[in-house]
Design a protein around this ligand. Structure first.
Ligand code: SAH
Length: 258
């Protein structure tokens, strides 16, 4: 039997291939086999050697996703055969990416692994919208939270989340935005709290700016769907000053700066 190789869990970043780290790009070129998610941009997969085996374990476009245990078993099997294995995940592997579960499985199988962090979509969505997630006196704390709990996990207590941090960055929340909005309002956030939804951050970067109260209606009106990030908090309003990409109308927002 070959000597087992290492598995590299690599963050592919939010979508724009230029937001990949140099380390990720280097390791992709060394892969014999590449397991990738639906959210990893195909242009990033092109960095791998043409003869590298590509295994799509994602679930977009009506296809069924590969069950988590099967992905883990395939990675372990490939590493045991001595192949250089890359597991490419959208954003950062350890932010809502099940990277932790995969490391647990690798560890249990005695396979060495290395994590290459990626730019998580929540940070990228905010940066491309001109929203600084922290800003002195406006946002001293940021919470990354999921809108979609794992089966069997306790539901997110949105009333409590309202008081936990100045700025909330919500992953997988676009389909449950009404429930999230209602919980945050019940928890004491003002209906006029600035809110932002970003679909396909750094690629189409489709942005909807709203208030917390109106966010579900604005998302529905604009047809935003997954993958999308919600950002809620006073700091969102700063995009009026700091936005650096042309909006749909080509003009930057005109609101007064803080
Ligand atoms: N590990 C990833 C998150 C995976 S969970 C990361 O660090 O970004 C999947 C969720 O991430 C999606 O439902 C969406 O909320 C968010 N997401 C991932 N890529 C995105 C993108 N390009 N634009 C907007 N949201 C994105």
């Amino acid at each position: 039997m070959n000597c087992p190789s290492k598995v590299y869990l690599i963050g592919a970043g939010p979508g724009d291939p230029e937001l990949l780290t140099l380390k990720a790009a280097r390791l992709l070129q060394t892969a014999d086999i590449l397991f990738h998610d639906a959210l990893a941009n195909p242009r990033i997969l092109d960095l791998a050697r043409p003869d590298a085996q590509r295994v799509d374990v994602g679930k977009r476009g009506g296809r069924i996703s590969t069950p988590q245990l099967s992905i883990q078993a395939q990675m372990i099997h490939a590493a045991q055969r001595g192949l250089q294995v890359v597991r490419l995940k959208g954003g950062d592997p350890f932010i809502f990416g099940r990277g932790g579960e995969e490391c647990m499985a690798l560890r249990a199988a005695g396979i060495a692994y290395e994590i290459v962090p990626g730019i998580t979509s929540g940070m990228a969505a905010a940066a491309y919208a001109g929203v600084p997630l922290t800003y002195r006196a406006v946002s001293q704390s940021v919470l990354l939270v999921t809108g979609h709990e794992a089966p069997g996990a306790a539901p997110v207590d949105w009333r409590r989340m309202a008081g936990v941090a100045d700025t909330l960055v919500i992953y997988m929340g676009v389909e449950r935005v009404e429930k999230i909005r209602d919980g945050l309002l019940a928890g004491g956030l003002s209906p006029s709290t600035p809110a932002l939804a970003v679909e396909w951050a750094t690629l189409q970067q489709h942005e909807v700016h709203s208030t917390l109260a109106d966010l579900p209606a604005q998302i529905a009106r604009n047809g935003l769907k997954s993958p999308a990030i919600l950002v809620i908090g006073a700091v969102v309003e700063m995009s009026a000053c700091l936005s650096w990409r042309p909006s749909g109308s080509g003009a930057l927002p005109q609101a007064a700066c803080l």
